[in-house]
Design a protein around this ligand. Structure first.
Ligand code: FPP
Length: 233
C-alpha cells in the first residue's frame, strides 16, 4: 500500500486509451473493448477510494470522438448511460460525488438526463470527486471560458479569475496524468489544468489497467520532485 509519509496525488487524471486494440487482439468488435474499459473504470475508482485520493477524472468521450463510426459512438453513449443509471446507488453508498465536464449541447437527450440525475443524486457526497469528461476537449473548454468572460463584460482577467470560468472551477489541477496504451500525447485533455502535472505513460491497454498499474503510477509520482519552475531547495 501507499505509505502516507510520501506525498499522495490529490487529483489523478486518466486518458483511458487502448480499448479498441484490446478488442482487436482478441478478434472481438471494438465495443467489447469499451465494455471491458468500463470494468477498468470500476477498479480504478475502488483503488482511488482506498488510497483516499480526492479527485479522479477520466476522459470518456472527446469532441473529436464523434468522427468514429456511428455504431461505435452509439455503443459508447449507451454504455455511459447504462453505467450512470446502474452505478449511482453504489456511488452514493461509497460517498463518491459524480460530476461531468464537457459541452452538454450536442449530447443526446437521454445521456444529458442521466448526467443531470447522477450529479444531483451524488451532490451531497463528500468523499472522492469522480469527474467524467464527455464531449470534452481542452481547447473547447478554454473557448467556452473566454466566451463566458466576454459575455460577463469583464475587460481584464488574471489567471485565477480565468480559472473560475472553467467547467469545474473548484477542481484542483491534476497532480498526476496517466495515459495507457503507449501513446505519449495529451490529446486535447485539460490543456489549462495540466500545466505542471506529472505525466505517466504505460504500455498497458486500458481494459487491463488494474491496482498494480495504478500503484506503479502513484510510486512514479512520489519519486518526482515537483519544482513548479523554482530551483531545487
Ligand atoms: C479509448 O480507446 C477509449 C474511449 C474513447 C472510450 C472510453 C470509454 C470507456 C472506457 C467507457 C466507459 C467509461 C466510463 C466512465 C464508465 P480507443 O477506442 O481509442 O482504443 P484504441 O486506441 O485502441 O482504438
Amino acid at each position: 500500500m501507499i505509505d502516507d509519509i510520501f506525498k499522495k496525488p490529490e487529483h489523478v487524471a486518466v486518458i483511458m486509451d487502448g480499448n479498441g486494440r484490446w478488442a482487436k487482439r482478441r478478434g472481438l468488435p471494438r465495443v467489447f473493448g469499451h465494455r471491458e474499459g468500463a470494468k477498468a473504470v470500476e477498479r480504478t475508482l475502488k483503488i482511488a477510494v482506498e488510497l483516499d485520493i480526492k479527485w479522479l477524472s477520466v476522459f470518456a468521450f472527446s469532441t473529436e470522438n464523434w468522427k468514429r463510426p456511428k455504431e461505435e459512438v452509439d455503443a459508447i453513449m449507451s454504455l455511459l448511460v447504462e453505467y450512470i443509471n446502474t452505478k449511482v446507488p453504489e456511488l452514493v453508498r461509497d460517498n463518491i460525488r459524480l460530476r461531468f465536464m464537457g459541452r452538454r449541447d450536442g449530447l443526446p437527450e437521454m445521456i444529458r438526463e442521466s448526467m443531470d440525475e447522477g450529479e444531483k443524486a451524488t451532490e451531497h457526497c463528500s468523499g472522492l470527486n469522480f469527474v467524467v469528461a464527455i464531449n470534452y476537449s481542452g481547447k473547447a473548454e478554454i473557448v467556452d471560458a473566454v466566451n463566458k468572460i466576454l459575455r460577463s463584460g469583464v475587460d481584464e482577467i488574471s489567471e485565477n479569475t480565468f480559472k473560475s470560468y472553467l467547467y469545474i472551477p473548484e477542481m484542483p489541477e491534476p497532480d498526476l496524468l496517466i495515459r495507457t496504451s503507449g501513446e505519449k500525447r495529451i490529446s486535447n485533455f485539460m490543456l489549462w489544468q495540466l500545466a505542471y502535472t506529472e505525466l505517466y505513460f504505460t504500455e498497458t491497454l486500458w481494459p487491463d489497467f488494474d491496482e498494480e498499474e495504478f500503484l506503479k503510477a502513484v510510486y512514479f509520482y512520489q519519486s518526482r520532485e515537483r519544482r513548479f519552475g523554482k530551483v531545487p531547495g
